[in-house]
Design a protein. Structure first.
Ligand code: DQA
Length: 145
């Protein structure tokens, strides 16, 4: 089973950006943590991060026929992007939406998610462990624990 972990804008700044909200773990450490988790579960994993909406759309399209599950933290595009929603719907790959912070308890504009309608689960406010939980949900969903 192959999982694609997609991170949107500013998530490459983890560890530097607003540590009180997003923690001190860096993006590189996050990838290591997810990689180790996937390896232990016998899952293949691929990572992608971009600050550009179109590049994220391209990556989702490229996943078609190749990837079994998507973990996506679209960052700020969560709250604005119909294009990401449509891309996830277009490929119909099981997807889980992840947010490091508890978006539903933050500013009103963060409580709107366009991509949510194309995801079978949402994990918010569990810090970076949320990505591992999302991987586990995908593995369960696709029958490989
Ligand atoms: C985020 C929450 C978003 O509102 C914000 O724009 C981010 C990160 C999170 O992981 O908590 O960039 O997706």
């Amino acid at each position: 089973m192959k999982i694609l972990v997609i991170n949107g804008p500013n998530l490459n700044m983890l560890g530097i950006r607003e540590p009180d909200i997003y923690g001190r773990e860096t993006y590189a450490t996050l990838l290591e943590k997810i990689g180790t988790h996937c390896k232990a579960k016998g899952l293949d994993v691929e990572f992608f991060q971009s600050n550009h909406e179109g590049s994220l759309v391209d990556k989702i399209q490229e996943a078609y026929g190749r990837i079994d599950g998507i973990v996506i933290n679209p960052g700020a595009y969560t709250h604005t992007s119909v294009a990401l929603l449509d891309a996830l719907k277009a490929v119909s790959i099981p997807a889980v939406e992840v947010h490091i912070s508890e978006v539903d308890k933050r500013e009103e504009f963060r409580q709107i998610s366009y991509v949510r309608a194309a995801c079978f689960a949402v994990i918010t406010g569990h810090g970076t462990d949320g990505y591992l939980e999302a991987v586990d949900l995908l593995a369960e969903r696709c029958g490989k624990k």
